[in-house]
Design a protein around this ligand. Structure first.
Ligand code: ISQ
Length: 153
């Protein structure tokens, strides 16, 4: 059970407000880092399978990546307001099944976490802080746990 402070929630919300202006760029960087850390992950993304390079302008790629950022941000809000991550039932069921179907296992969540934090650190520059990093990481961990639990359900 996470005690997620007002400060932590604000750090996540405010940094996302700042970063989302640059969502397309952020998405590309996020993907590039995922594949840099774990090249084999390429086959898990249907829109990357047939291409040699990361497509620079793929709407699906961007939509997916932004969803990950947004859901993590929403998780921070819920953690603060409700003490837990609450995802709509149908959304969670879908997330559980899609990750199962792609063959996602626990270490993959760590890869994505690392890529997410590195992307944000770069995007925020001087504004990035240890506390901001920990807040995003905490929200991400709780969201990942909710998805993992659904995968086991
Ligand atoms: C789904 N799950 C984790 C990370 C992702 C990154 C980009 C697109 C989809 C994703």
């Amino acid at each position: 059970m996470g005690s997620f402070s007002e400060k932590q929630e604000a750090l996540v919300k405010e940094s996302w407000e700042f970063m989302k202006q640059d969502a397309p760029q952020l998405s590309l960087r996020f993907f590039t880092l995922i594949l840099e850390i774990a090249p084999a992950a390429k086959n898990m993304f249907s829109f990357l399978k047939d291409s040699e390079e990361i497509p620079q302008n793929n709407p699906k790629l961007k939509a997916h990546a932004v969803k990950v950022f947004k859901m993590t941000c929403e998780s921070a809000i819920q953690l603060h307001e409700k003490g837990e991550v609450v995802v709509a039932d149908t959304t969670l069921k879908w997330l559980g099944s899609v990750h199962l179907q792609k063959g996602v296992i626990d270490p993959h969540f760590e890869v994505v976490k690392e890529a997410l934090l590195r992307t944000m650190k770069e995007a925020m520059g001087e504004k990035w802080s240890e506390e901001m990093s920990n807040s995003w990481a905490g929200a991400y961990d709780h969201l990942a746990t909710a998805i993992k639990n659904e995968m086991k359900a």
